[in-house]
Design a protein around this ligand. Structure first.
Ligand SMILES: Cc1ncc(COP(=O)(O)O)c(C=O)c1O
Length: 386
């Protein structure tokens, strides 16, 4: 192997997560798989065809560059939707390739109409409404101008969706704000509809509202984190368990689909009382057997895990000692008899009966799972476990 670590993607786990999600959404709600952020670190080129094999045919990305990658990676006629950034210059490319995109301000709407007219082909758009997140979206005050422009240009626009995004449905602390967003969305949706701007679908829910406000499923859900095997927050997991009469945390229907592995690069003995690695961050108290693992913060293993992280060697959780370096870390393997160079090191995933979850890893450095996952560099090779 030319790389110092590799990632495995577990197809049976993905199949099981998607089956669970389909049970939650029900048969009449479309499932859109969110693969922005390099498919949450899993790799668009690996994840998308795998999800297609599991029956997914609708994918959401953030930007035009990700849409291009998705287009090249797809093996079927799956639909691709851009939820964030696309330059006006690329709008015509999107129209040509049947890629739909969010429209949340007049400049982009005009660019869509212009590109559609030029190509004599309708632009496929999703109208994003500002309902209270205060990020992107057409404001309620813009409704007359918006409805007018849409209705005058229906020959050039295919309104695939009317949508919004909630500002933190994974926490009960945002309950009132979300309720207002739902009400604002419905009011705006019906206003546009009465004015003649009809859409194929309305869609507002991502993973958290699917659990906490299931009536927001509407016509399509845009699911990211849960398909990869994680709850949006512990609160959402508890919510699901309470609603479904589950009492043990082990009753978790979601399975983490990623594992991240490396191997031992070097082993040596360090006497008691010595500092290990840079500076004085870690001093041995006993004679210690240390192993160097060729993964560091340039590979997405946070420097904040210095003296804090754990990895698996011979099925045991062993501590990271000293600073995580750019390209390597040092772990204490004193309690792994027979340990040798090239033995497997699990950074995320299972070994024998032990397991390092992304959450355990994220919690230590105060990251959300989303952040720990997307930090996994694109260059690390990915393999599919069938
Ligand atoms: C607009 C939009 N929809 C859907 C998602 C997917 O969210 P999740 O990963 O929580 O399911 C995101 C992610 O942040 C998003 O920005």
């Amino acid at each position: 192997m030319f790389h110092t670590s590799y990632i495995e993607i577990n197809k049976p786990a993905l199949t099981s997560n998607l089956r669970f999600l389909k049970r939650l959404t029900g048969p009449d709600v479309r499932f859109c798989s969110v693969i922005k952020g390099n498919a949450y670190g899993h790799g668009i080129e690996h994840f998308l065809p795998l999800a297609e094999e599991c029956g997914v045919d609708y994918f959401a990305v953030h930007s035009a560059d990700e849409a291009l990658r998705a287009l090249m990676a797809r093996r079927k006629e799956s639909h691709i939707m851009i939820m964030g950034m696309i330059d006006d210059d690329q709008v015509s490319w999107a129209v040509e390739n049947d890629i739909s995109f969010y429209v949340f301000e007049f400049g982009r709407l005009e660019a869509a109409i212009y590109a559609a007219r030029k190509q004599n082909k309708k632009a496929r758009i999703h109208l994003e409404l500002e309902t209270g997140m205060n990020r992107i979206g057409f404001a309620w005050e813009e409704r007359d101008r918006l409805a007018g422009l849409l209705v005058r240009n229906l020959d050039h626009l295919h309104i695939m969706g009317i949508c919004t995004h909630y500002a933190g449905a994974e926490s009960i602390a945002n309950y009132l704000r979300i309720q207002n967003q739902i009400a604002n969305f419905n009011r705006y949706y019906w206003y546009l509809r009465k004015k003649g701007a009809r859409a194929d679908m309305k869609h507002t829910a991502c993973s958290a509202p699917l659990i906490s406000y299931p009536h927001t499923k509407m016509d399509m859900v845009r699911i990211g984190i849960m398909q990869y095997g994680y709850w949006s927050s512990k609160e959402m997991q508890m919510h699901y368990m309470m609603q479904n009469g589950k009492s043990k945390m082990t009753d978790n229907p979601l399975r983490q689909i990623i594992s991240w592995k490396s191997s031992i690069m070097s082993i040596k003995k360090v006497p008691a009382g010595e500092f290990v690695g840079y500076g004085t961050v870690y001093q041995t108290t006993d004679d210690t057997l240390i192993a160097t693992v060729p993964v560091g913060y340039s590979h997405g293993f946070s420097r904040s895990l210095s003296n804090l992280g754990k990895v698996l060697v011979h099925g045991r959780r062993v501590p990271v000692i000293g600073m995580v370096n750019m390209n390597m870390m040092i772990v204490d393997v004193s309690h792994c008899p027979g340990v040798k160079r090239e033995d497997e090191v699990v950074l995320i995933g299972s070994q024998r009966n032990n397991r390092i979850t992304v959450s355990s890893f994220s919690d230590m450095v105060n990251h959300v799972n989303y952040e720990s996952l997307v930090r996994l560099p694109r260059e690390i090779p990915r393999f599919i476990l069938e």
